[in-house]
Design a protein. Structure first.
Length: 184
């Protein structure tokens, strides 16, 4: 399958992705440098994996890795509004941890809002959020991420972990998917 022919345009290039992860890692290092608490990065599967691994390699302070898997899209291009938790973290030491949830994209805001509240309710010392892409035009709940790689327009994007029906995740850039691919 030749996926590049399905891309209308590149929205975030490989070079820009590298600059974004470098900038965000420096901001995270700055903000967590003197806490004295473990920093746990919680990657949201599957979309955030590429961003998560690039980001974690650039953070200079020690971090722990955890993953959660949630879904709200299925095979659709818009969120269903229903959040399903498929993989959860099981830790007894949450009150001593700084948690940073790492997500690929925020549009409705429901997923990160729900996950942040869940981890706070479980007693995490602190919970912040980091997203590669922010699509504020699609926000359905009041939610502002703590760290944002780039704000983007209301377009359906794929690549660098983001998918349409499980395809396009392996593209090394973020591109706008041609409407005819997903509007049939």
């Amino acid at each position: 399958m030749e996926m590049n022919k399905d891309i209308e345009c590149v929205l975030v290039s490989e070079e820009e992705l590298d600059a974004i992860t470098t900038r965000l890692a420096a901001e995270i290092d700055r903000d967590y440098c003197n806490t004295g608490r473990p920093l746990v990065l919680v990657g949201i599967l599957k979309g955030a994996v590429m961003f998560y691994t690039d980001l974690i390699r650039k953070i200079k302070r020690p971090v722990e890795m955890e993953f959660m898997k949630v879904s709200s899209y299925g095979a659709s291009t818009v969120s269903s509004g229903c959040i399903n938790l498929h993989l959860d973290i099981k830790r007894n030491d949450l009150p001593s941890l700084d948690i940073l949830i790492v997500e690929d994209i925020i549009d409705s805001g429901r997923t990160l809002s729900m996950l942040s509240a869940l981890l706070r309710d479980r007693g995490a010392f602190s919970v912040r959020t980091c997203t590669l892409l922010d699509k504020p035009a699609r926000r359905e709940v009041k939610f502002d991420p703590d760290y944002v790689g780039k704000q983007i327009p209301d377009r359906f994007v794929v690549g660098y972990g983001l998918d349409y029906n499980e395809y396009y995740r392996d593209l090394p850039f973020v591109g706008v998917l041609k409407r005819e691919i997903y509007s049939h």
